[in-house]
Design a protein around this ligand. Structure first.
Ligand SMILES: [Zn+2]
Length: 276
């Protein structure tokens, strides 16, 4: 089955992963900017990272017929450096009209600190002023419930933001309802060590239906599985769900959400032309 992975950090993966994804039916990936495993020292470090995301990564994906999209921000971990964060936010508009840039993300909270909240709000302001989509990271484990609540409160307070243009990622059983009830899109992350398993994602589809829900691997430099979306497809089939419901979650929903961006120039696989 054709699918999109709406959240995966391909800069941290080897080229062979693109080949594997393509063989499994992945036609497009969306790559949010994230933490590199160390704090970057200057705004130029981010400018180079954004060039990698918008130039080379797009090319590397295309070698395997995969369409590559991206999101830009300074992540919550590095938001503790408020002055650097502000320099990055001021620089982001240099890239917003590049092909494949879908919006601002993944912004959010990590340890739910005051500085993280300050920089989150400044990202929201940039997105509102530039009419960009927003992709949000919610915190891990014990910080998730409170962090998600704080994020939703800050989003709901900004009347300029249209809820159907915001994706709140890494939802779990205790946060999904609040996100969907407020009219946002929700992403379930299939991760081997935390977040959500394919089976728990199937449970949530059964409880809430497919409306405004997607699944992703969030594959990165840590223990993670870039082929987690195909695992979810299999888990759905084994649970007896039909192909049209599965396709809605792994293909139609991400296409629908991303299509709200002026830079989503997606070519459906059905229309691919034969070469030669
Ligand atoms: Zn991520």
């Amino acid at each position: 089955m054709y699918y999109l992975d709406p959240h995966i950090h391909m800069v941290s993966r080897v080229t062979d992963d693109y080949e594997t994804l393509a063989k499994m039916g992945c036609v497009a990936v969306s790559e949010p900017a994230f933490w590199a495993g160390f704090d970057r020292g200057s705004v130029d470090g981010f400018r180079d990272y954004f060039r990698q995301l918008t130039e080379f990564e797009t090319k590397r994906a295309s070698w395997y017929g995969i369409q590559h999209y991206t999101w830009l921000c300074i992540n919550a971990k590095e938001a503790e450096n408020v002055s650097l964060s502000r320099e990055v936010i001021a620089m982001i508009p240099e890239f917003l009209d590049k092909p494949g840039v879908l919006g601002i993300g993944e912004i959010g909270l990590n340890k739910n600190t005051k500085n993280e909240a300050t920089i989150f709000l400044e990202h929201l302001d940039l997105a509102a002023k530039t009419d960009e989509l927003i992709l949000i990271h919610t915190p891990h484990l014990e910080d998730k419930y409170q962090g998600t609540r704080m994020i939703l409160d800050m989003l709901n307070d900004d009347r300029r933001l249209e809820h159907h243009r915001v994706l709140v990622d890494h939802v779990e059983e205790h946060t999904i309802r609040a996100v969907l009830d407020d009219g946002y899109w929700a992403g379930m992350t299939l991760y081997p060590t935390s977040k959500c398993t394919p089976e728990r994602a199937v449970d949530m589809i059964e409880m809430y239906g497919p409306e405004r829900l997607m699944v992703n691997s969030a594959g990165d430099w840590g223990p993670s599985k870039p082929t987690a979306v195909p695992d979810f497809i299999l888990a759905m089939r084994l649970r007896g769900h039909g192909e049209s419901l599965i396709r809605r979650v792994v293909y139609e929903n991400p296409v629908k959400f991303f299509s709200q961006s002026r830079n989503f120039d997606f070519t459906p696989p059905e229309t691919y032309e034969a070469v030669g």
